[in-house]
Design a protein around this ligand. Structure first.
Ligand code: TYD
Ligand code: MG
Length: 455
């Protein structure tokens, strides 16, 4: 394999992956200074990206057999759903998240589930020793003889182990620790991570072994600095949550084999991650009763509606510019809604500090929560509570109009199931809604109508 020719080198930008044959002080792609580092042009990299060894022949799409698309069910329902209904053979799944959020724990539990179903699986850790993995496994209270572990960081050794063992699934923890000797740059650098991912992609496609790559998210929120891994792999899952909150949310942001924006909800306990099968009940479980500033809404996450509590606290600003602190919803959206409230409701919010939070560490970005944000702020401002049994839905436009939301019926059913008795929703949605016994539905058309119906 090794040629005697002197290795060619290129200069690669460590923040965006741009390469150039000569050194440059500033990267022309991302304008970063002093980010180009000399690297050997590895034979693997160049041969992998050029034409395949065997020319592929086009075939009619109708004649393609679906046989290899049989999915492997892990038995962890929340996880299977996020994957799009199980694990596709030969797929590469990137599991990203902040350090310490529980990625290793999640993947170890998933492999344990597969091993319990008599699948031989392999966990490759470059971050922890075998003793540490055993300790974690004991803590989770699980053991299975079909789960194999190895502590390894060399790409060549990982490939050799995988080829020899051909496990039914494998985890590489983490992709940032994997390195190949073909490149001189340090593990975790753009070129190492890209080369390792490319190599493992080929391994997965060739052998049909599904591979999970664990990736740490850097400060900028992207995996391995630039988002260069996201387009290479089949599926990208993010494991999110607040470090000091017990809830964890697994979110699909890219999925070649299923819908994106599907979420799975977990609870981090002393003995590992527990599936939360009824998230609405959990997110509302600690809701205070009849207090100003708390409002419930139904948000569609992936394929299902989830009830969430939005809280706002509005208080007189002590001095200077009033504070606006927003957690779980978009900051700019809240600013926009506050401006609409001032203009259309005549509320004096300019001199007020405003804090908005979605409880349970959940993040929601769909506009259907607008009405809940406005209701929570208004409720706290006028110090009147919204009834416990009321749920609100609706998007708000700049002129103060309430716009329809998607899947209104779906959302209302979830609220109904959880015992809500009254729903404020866009007038537009009300027209198309089939009535529900025991559920009062009130259509609102503009934000000025809201205050009359809310309390
Ligand atoms: P870990 O899976 O190591 O995180 P990552 O791989 O994303 O860096 O999880 C680390 C945290 O999870 C750690 O702070 C302890 C906590 N934890 C529990 O609360 N319960 C458990 O059963 C386990 C194994 C970890
Ligand atoms: Mg880890």
């Amino acid at each position: 394999m090794k040629s005697n020719k002197p290795a060619k080198t290129i200069f690669v930008c460590q923040s965006c992956g741009y390469h150039s044959p000569k050194w440059l002080g500033k990267c022309p792609e991302c304008s970063e200074w002093d980010s180009l580092v000399e690297e050997k042009l590895s034979p693997a990299l160049s041969s992998n990206t050029t034409s395949p060894s065997r020319a592929s022949q086009p075939v009619p799409l109708d004649s393609v057999e679906m046989s290899q698309q049989r999915r492997m069910i892990t038995g962890m329902q929340e996880f299977d759903r996020v994957l799009g209904g199980g694990l596709v053979p030969g797929s590469v799944v990137l599991v990203g998240g902040d350090p310490g959020i529980g990625k290793s724990t999640l993947m170890l539990q998933v492999l344990h589930r597969l091993a319990d179903a008599q699948h031989q699986v392999l966990y490759i850790s470059g971050e922890e020793s075998l003793e540490q993995m055993k300790l974690r496994s004991d803590r989770l209270g699980v053991s299975s003889k079909d789960l194999w572990v190895v502590s390894e960081v060399g790409l060549e050794s990982i490939t050799a182990v995988a080829n020899q063992m051909t496990p039914r699934a494998m985890v590489v923890d983490s992709i940032q620790t994997v390195f190949t000797r073909d490149l001189t740059s340090a593990p975790g650098s753009v070129s190492q991570v890209r080369e390792a991912t490319l190599h493992l992609m080929h391994l997965a496609k060739r052998t049909g072994i599904p591979i999970f790559l664990i990736g740490h998210v850097t400060k900028e929120g992207a995996i391995a600095g630039p988002r260069l891994l996201e387009h290479m792999v089949d599926t990208v899952l993010y494991f999110e949550g607040e470090q000091n909150n017990i809830f964890r949310i697994l979110r699909a942001v890219k999925n070649r084999f299923g819908s994106t924006n599907e979420i799975g909800v977990f609870e981090m306990r002393d003995n590992g991650l527990c599936e939360v099968t009824n998230p609405s009940a959990v997110f509302l479980s600690q809701r205070p009763s009849d207090v100003p500033g708390s409002v419930v809404t139904a948000s569609i996450e992936g394929s299902r509606p989830i009830l969430l509590e939005l809280q706002a606290l509005v208080g007189r600003a002590s001095f200077g510019t009033p504070r606006r602190t927003v957690l779980g919803v978009d900051y700019n959206r809240v600013s926009l809604l506050v401006a609409v409230m001032e203009k259309k409701l005549g509320l004096q919010l300019m001199s007020q500090d405003i804090f908005v939070n979605v409880t349970g560490g959940v993040k929601v970005y769909e506009p259907a929560v607008d009405l809940a944000i406005v209701s929570a702020i208004a409720s706290s401002h006028v110090d009147k509570s919204v009834k416990d049994s009321t749920v609100v839905l609706g998007e708000i436009g700049l002129t103060g109009e309430i716009r329809g939301v998607s899947q209104a019926e779906h959302r209302i059913h979830e609220a109904y199931k959880m015992g809500f008795k009254r729903c404020l929703l866009p007038g537009d949605n009300l027209k198309h809604l089939k009535g529900l016994a025991d559920m009062e539905t009130v259509g609102v058309h503009s934000i000025s109508e809201l205050l009359d119906t809310l309390f």
